[in-house]
Design a protein. Structure first.
Length: 289
């Protein structure tokens, strides 16, 4: 115990104590500076930059200041920074060979950041998963699905797979397929569909709604109604337009084509079986009983 107390007393009264205090001051000042700069970037770029650019700029500045502060604190403690940086470089190379997947994701993340196929807040679909972009990092992209699930998508997957961005453009188109009975007047039906769609408040006038002939079914004429809406009101427009179209068709007496099935009753008595194409064999009836 006396030896331990003696070592502590020697440390507190020697040059090491002064160096430790200086290191703490440098590290604490760096952390405080990083916090101040992060808030300054948020206030300065918060109204002019996108969420993704703001997040990347804030992280770059904060991480850089923290790393420089840590290096300065280690220098005050007497560490040789040249040796540390050399060891860090060797360790980085070794880790790169050991974790090629992470390196691939890192490079893919850089491509995503510079290309910017989407930003924070966009709705994207990749690999059958649709959700809102929460963050764009170097190794992965975080999504929140419509049923409030958290999904992490590796950056390499986004580079290789086909990705759909539903928020890229300010307007979206909704396609509604309608099967009308063969006997209906197609010109009348088309005008009715366009007028009903144009009367909806969330449907855009430019581009105007339109109806296209898609072909003939087994007992129907296939039409496609297309209507445009602002990106923010697309789902609401889709949910209100379809009931309005159905009500307008019912009020006008337009018959929709429904699948038809004819059920034939089975014949009474034994089923007669006849072999066609073999004259040497006479028609036979199945055995009774």
């Amino acid at each position: 115990m006396d030896d331990i107390l003696g070592n502590v007393q020697e440390f507190m009264t020697g040059d090491r104590a002064v160096a430790a205090v200086r290191a703490l001051v440098v590290l604490g000042g760096g952390l405080l500076l990083a916090r101040i700069l992060g808030g300054l970037i948020t206030r300065t770029l918060g109204t002019s930059a996108s969420k993704q650019r703001l997040m990347l700029a804030r992280r770059l500045v904060v991480y850089s200041v923290v790393v420089l502060s840590a290096l300065g604190a280690m220098r005050e403690l007497g560490f040789d920074l040249g040796v540390l940086l050399g060891a860090a470089g060797i360790l980085t190379v070794a880790l790169g060979f050991a974790s090629q997947t992470s390196a691939s994701n890192l490079i893919s993340g850089l491509f995503l950041i510079f290309e910017q196929p989407f930003v924070v807040g966009d709705i994207i679909e990749v690999g059958g998963i649709t959700g809102e972009v929460l963050s764009v990092d170097l190794l992965s992209v975080k999504l929140r699905t419509f049923d409030n699930l958290f999904v992490r998508v590796p950056s390499e997957t986004l580079i290789k797979a086909t990705m759909t961005n539903y928020s890229r453009f300010p307007v979206r188109r909704f396609d509604m397929l309608i099967s009308v009975a063969r006997g209906e007047d197609m010109t009348r039906v088309q005008e009715l569909l366009k007028a009903t769609a144009a009367a909806q408040p969330l449907v855009l006038i430019d581009p105007a709604p339109n109806v296209f002939f898609q072909g003939f079914g087994e007992s129907s004429t296939e039409l496609k109604l297309v209507a445009w809406a602002a990106r923010e009101t697309f789902f609401e427009m889709r949910n209100t337009l379809q009931p309005a179209i159905k009500a307008a068709l019912d009020d006008a007496g337009v018959r929709l084509a429904l699948p038809n099935r004819v059920l034939m009753p089975a014949p009474e008595g034994p089923l007669r079986v006849e072999v066609v194409g073999d004259p040497s064999r006479a028609p036979q009836s199945p055995p009774q009983g």
